[in-house]
Design a protein around this ligand. Sequence first.
Ligand code: SAM
Length: 181
Amino acid sequence: MGEYPRVEVREGLASIIVPDLSKYVVGNRPEPAHAPVFYNPRMEVNRSLSIAIINGYVNYVGRTGITICEPLSGSGVRAVRYAREVNGVLRVVANDISERAYELIKLNVDRNGLNDVVNVYRDDANNLLLRIAREGGCDVIDIDPFGSPQPFIENSLRAIRDQGLLCVTATDVGVLSGKYY
Ligand SMILES: C[S@@+](CC[C@H](N)C(=O)[O-])C[C@H]1O[C@@H](n2cnc3c(N)ncnc32)[C@H](O)[C@@H]1O
């Protein structure tokens, strides 16, 4: 893995390694997009809300053996938290196109003892989604890209099982309202 300053953080039931954001400051604020691997501590609440919603969905549909796919994983914090905090989870697929992100996800999965639950890939998100679709799909797809989620919606719908749940996050609200692309 490329060398860069890293720190350990705790979020929910996960303990993960992420880039040391104090080294990537713009103005007087840490800028996650400038770090070698994306991790935004300000999105912790967003991740916790997703977990609460997925747990509500699991209760509602009454399924066990839930499968979750996160095609744009960054540090892997979300995938690790899903594996730890979602009730009845069978398998989580974590993926990122970046080599550094892929290496960090593998490290974080391993240090949380989740090698049997989380499968880690380095692929383009749309390729991964099409492969998941061919292999039978997942119950939950969570897309959390830079910029607009639009390029990943169509293949997410192909990869989601009947009565599945699609989670879409976009940090920049302007993107969701169509102001930026
Ligand atoms: C906003 S970050 C993900 C944050 C993560 N979901 C979390 O909760 O911390 C978006 C990630 O998508 C990755 N990415 C960008 N384009 C991609 C693509 N076409 N396929 C797969 N990953 C991609 C980036 O490397 C980056 O790590």
